[in-house]
Design a protein around this ligand. Structure first.
Ligand code: ADP
Ligand code: ADP
Length: 232
């Protein structure tokens, strides 16, 4: 089943001579149970695509829908509700609250949204990301890889339909990267999440079920289970 879809999506910045076409008639579907990597050179539109899909940016034309709801026509209130319920985010820089410990960081979005906390689900995720013995640690007491696993657990906690990850391993060494990617892949398998990650790293992309390559705002390649060599 399709979780998120962009149809004839265009995004232009500026006008006249200064116009930049960031997305040029993009059609793409993201399915449940799929880890998708988006690659492409800097400036090719990766961030813009992800931001439009997540309702963080408004397309110039075309539509985006998530779980059958048209994101591109929602007002701010509807967008906030959608992001709290259906969409999770993982950032390159972790974006944890430094004064809160790991457990508090993981639970924060649900508390802000005043949604109930499923303790069984919490314990399960914490076990999967291997943070059982780190829950009372603050971000400064955790390694980069552990911090990103806290951020993954936080994104998973709300059981979103789709998680958007912007360079999730951009600040991690290769061992921590493999751990985080292994976790993302496992959650896609076990919980049927759809995860879309932007990455510059072919090793990270080689974990994906599908690799999209963007150039000048268009999708130039859409590969299922590509070999490492074909990503390079
Ligand atoms: P993106 O390149 O996905 O848009 P950002 O918007 O966070 O990522 O990056 C801001 C700038 O940093 C970009 O213009 C890009 O040139 C540079 N940058 C980001 N990631 C990398 C990277 N892995 N290697 C080289 N440059 C990068
Ligand atoms: P990527 O993530 O692949 O590096 P982006 O989506 O960040 O690419 O950018 C795509 C194009 O849109 C680039 O040419 C970039 O300079 C332009 N762009 C992105 N954001 C803005 C903005 N806020 N204003 C003007 N141009 C922008």
């Amino acid at each position: 089943p399709v979780v998120a879809r962009a149809s004839d999506l265009c995004k232009r910045y500026g006008s006249g001579e200064n116009e930049v076409v960031a997305l040029d008639h993009i059609d793409v579907e993201f399915r449940r149970g799929q880890l998708t990597a988006i690659m492409g050179p800097s400036g090719s539109g990766k961030s813009t695509l992800m931001h439009c899909m997540a309702g963080l940016d408004t397309p110039t034309s075309g539509t985006v829908d998530v779980e059958g709801l048209e994101v591109s026509s929602m007002n701010q209130k509807q967008l906030t509700r959608l992001r709290r319920k259906e969409i999770g985010f993982i950032f390159q820089s972790f974006n944890l609250v430094p004064t809160l410990d790991a457990e508090e960081n993981i639970l924060l979005p649900l508390q802000i949204a005043k949604r109930p906390i499923d303790r069984d689900w919490f314990r399960k995720i914490v076990r999967v990301v291997g943070l059982e013995n780190r829950l009372d640690h603050r971000p400064s007491q955790l390694s980069g890889g552990q911090q990103q696993r806290v951020a993954c657990a936080r994104a998973m906690m709300q059981r979103p339909s789709v998680i958007f990850a912007d360079e999730p391993t951009g600040n991690l060494d290769s061992r921590s990267s493999r751990e985080v990617l292994g976790f993302l892949k496992q959650s896609v398998r076990e919980y049927g999440q759809s995860i879309v990650m932007v990455t510059h790293d072919p090793r990270a992309a080689s974990f994906a079920d599908r690799v999209l390559v963007l150039a000048d705002g268009r999708i130039t390649h859409d590969m299922e289970h590509p070999s490492y060599e074909s990503i390079l």
